[in-house]
Design a protein around this ligand. Structure first.
Ligand code: ADP
Ligand code: ZN
Length: 665
């Protein structure tokens, strides 16, 4: 009798299926290999997840091909896949597809995947000799190296201010890992957005480095993964999915800018690469190094729970001072209608005269209108959820996107009785007009989604800026990311409140992080930097503490709110978005689901909020409503609620489950 195997297929079906292996394929077949299987009328790629002695089934179909020989999926990655399936509520096949895409294979004739030494890019960083470590860097590296020496899992949180030389610490840790014959994975938020960071690793790690990013074809990715599986490379650098590099002897995982929301995958299985990194580190017995100037509340909280070891670098390299930050109150008469305040406009003109460079951030992320008082800066908020209310044209009221609380638009501000105003952020194009009018001789470059759509456009803009061919780089939060331009002495933030108006319990945290990040772009060279933050909410703690560059102060303040309101890291969240073409039917299913979930968790410290319209209430012809489950959800309780959700899916309505949601759109 031929061999029997268990195959997981990438469909939302929780079971794996039994297949037979014809003799001619038996020898090639290993655990974790991808195989072609007939499935109903279709042919699917599945993953071998078990071998069987016998079966009760009368008829068993045969697999038709083996795609990986030897398998690329390691046993540890299979284990990780099982964990992801149960934690993120998807099937094993779906989580394995995230780890090793079904379509990733070598296509004959296509050019080989890019390795570091084949890179044809102009280096943004230039050749970089290793730096002599300063004493702070030595101090934080010692416990990391000790752990790498001993082997075994340990999570470190490296909290180092902007410009403190964290990258150098990562590089040394990687070298120590390689010296001990083990491999390393380095995660960065988005390669296309931070080509400079990638270049720095490339110029120092050379041929041992494989790069994975979203701009590569599946075949190119496949080459890098094969090289990792076969030990031809020892380091992989990449965004989110690089966490799945199939090394067999992983010793270190670095997660740079660990607070970045882009580590969360938007589609099923909706995993968070930082959580997966910690889990993979546990399974592999590897060290995990999370780094940031503004750690997420989740990670910092894990330090106080003794889950992570905290390492600190409180000053910049060579004792360079942090930039001087000034808050510009936009509530004064003079400023109220202007995009650029006189003080920021003057500072820009002065830099232009001196031949120094500036960066301007337009913190515009909202899609919708919100209510803010121009007199005192107060934002209309939900009294229950403490998130900003969003204006809805239908009904002409303000609504909470978490609990659906609605209220009329007040005529005057409840705080200061000035008239209230519905606001919508200024766009980057408007800023460009104003800048051109104000400083006609300045060489301006805009960086936002429009100007960076073309492949390589992002890098081209940054290279121009690095060469000194641009005086003022301005745009959305892309300009705030980890760039290191020593010539920049001025940073301006046009509308710091844009982020605070988002209907998201992390709005304050995101604002703090973004302001601290962008402030960190100024004064990285010999000359000190100045930062101006324009805002209608100068007293808001996220703005004031970012200006003071006081991370601990922010953490304390924000922790109290999160604890009181039952938000992460003090409670768990699960979001359920319902989608459907028929609004009435969608709402009915969501109401039913909400009742069922409430009944299922009665008497427990769990709340079910909503249904409420999603911040994007309609997308591609489908209406969207959301529910939020919030509270002390253990893994068993969570599993029970998720079964409840799955059981209530009705024709014409899809439920999307998001465990630990990061973006509630
Ligand atoms: P961070 O990632 O913490 O913001 P970087 O790693 O970008 O900081 O380092 C900031 C700058 O300092 C870089 O230009 C880097 O080359 C330089 N640098 C790092 N370590 C040292 C050191 N020990 N001595 C001198 N310069 C250093
Ligand atoms: Zn609410």
């Amino acid at each position: 009798m031929s061999r029997l195997i268990e195959v997981a297929v990438p469909l939302p079906l929780h079971d794996s299926f039994t297949y037979a292996v014809p003799d001619e394929l038996a020898e090639a077949l290993g655990m974790g290999a991808r195989v072609h299987v007939p499935f109903g009328r279709r042919k699917l790629v599945g993953y071998v997840v078990g071998f069987l002695e016998s079966t009760e089934l009368k008829r068993v179909k045969e697999i038709t091909a083996v795609l990986d020989e030897p398998p690329l999926l390691t046993s540890k990655l299979l284990e990780l896949g099982r964990w992801m399936a149960s934690y993120y509520a998807c099937s094993l096949g779906e989580s394995l597809r995230a780890i090793l895409p079904t379509g990733a294979r070598r296509v004959r004739g296509e050019r080989r995947g890019r390795r570091a030494e084949q890179s044809d890019d102009v280096g943004l960083a230039g050749p970089q000799p290793p730096h002599e470590l300063n004493s702070w860097q030595q101090q934080v590296l010692a416990p990391i190296e000790a752990r790498i020496d001993r082997g075994g899992f340990e999570a470190f949180l490296l909290h180092g201010v902007t410009g403190s030389g964290k990258t150098e610490v990562y590089l040394r840790a990687v070298h120590s890992t390689l010296e001990r014959g083990r491999a390393a994975v380095i995660l960065i938020p988005e390669i296309a957005l931070t080509p400079q960071t990638a270049d720095r690793f490339r110029s120092r790690l050379g041929a041992e480095l494989g790069i994975l990013h979203s701009g590569m074809t599946l075949a190119e990715r496949h080459d890098v993964m094969t090289a990792a599986a076969h030990g031809e490379i020892q380091v992989v650098l990449g965004a989110r999915s690089a966490i799945f590099a199939p090394f067999r002897n992983l010793g270190l995982i670095v997660v740079d800018e660990e607070q970045e929301p882009s580590y969360k995958q938007g589609e099923k299985p909706r995993y968070h690469a930082r959580s997966v990194a910690l889990m993979r580190g546990t399974f592999e017995g590897a060290a995990v190094l999370l780094g940031s100037a503004t750690p997420s509340l989740e990670s910092y909280h894990n330090v106080s729970r003794h889950k992570h070891t905290l390492l600190r670098i409180p000053e910049r390299v060579d004792r360079r001072p942090l930039a001087r930050v000034e808050i510009v109150d936009m509530r004064t008469e003079e400023n109220r209608r202007a995009v650029l305040s006189p003080v920021l406009a003057d500072a820009l003109a002065q830099r232009l005269e001196l031949g120094e460079q500036s960066i301007l951030l337009l913190n515009r992320r909202g899609h919708s209108n919100y209510l803010q008082c121009l007199g005192c800066g107060e934002l209309a908020r939900c009294p229950y959820c403490d998130i900003s209310l969003t204006y809805h044209a239908v009904g002409q009221n303000l609504r909470c996107h978490y609990c659906n609380h609605a209220r009329a638009v007040p005529r005057e501000c409840p705080q200061c009785s000035n008239p209230c105003q519905l606001l919508r952020g200024v766009g980057t194009q408007r800023l460009e007009q104003d800048l051109a009018g104000l400083l006609p001789s300045a060489r301006l470059r805009r960086m936002d989604l429009d100007t960076t759509a073309r492949r390589g456009a992002h890098r081209a803009i940054l290279e121009e800026f690095a060469r000194g061919d641009v005086d003022i780089l301005f745009g959305t939060q892309m300009v705030a990311k980890g760039h290191d331009f020593p010539g920049v002495t001025l940073v301006g933030v046009v509308q710091a409140d844009g982020g605070l108006s988002l209907p998201d319990f992390r709005a304050a945290e995101r604002t703090f992080q973004l302001l601290a990040q962008v402030a960190g772009r100024a004064g990285r060279g010999e000359r000190p930097g100045d930062v101006y933050i324009q805002t209608l909410c100068p007293e808001h703690y996220s703005v004031a503490l970012a200006a003071a560059q006081d991370y601990e102060g922010f953490y304390e303040r924000e922790s109290v709110l999160r604890r009181d309101l039952g938000y992460p890291p003090f409670a768990r969240l699960v979001g359920v978005t319902g989608l459907g073409p028929d609004r009435t039917r969608l709402n009915r299913s969501m109401q039913e689901l909400s009742r069922a979930l409430r009944a299922a968790c009665a008497g427990q410290a769990i709340q079910v909020l909503g249904p409420a319209p999603s911040p994007i209430p309609r997308l591609r012809g489908r209406f969207r409503e959301q529910l939020l489950i919030k509270g002390g959800l253990g893994s068993e309780g969570k599993a029970r609620l998720l079964r409840e959700v799955a059981a209530r899916e009705a024709p014409g309505v899809d439920f999307q489950v998001d465990v630990d949601p990061v973006n509630m759109l």
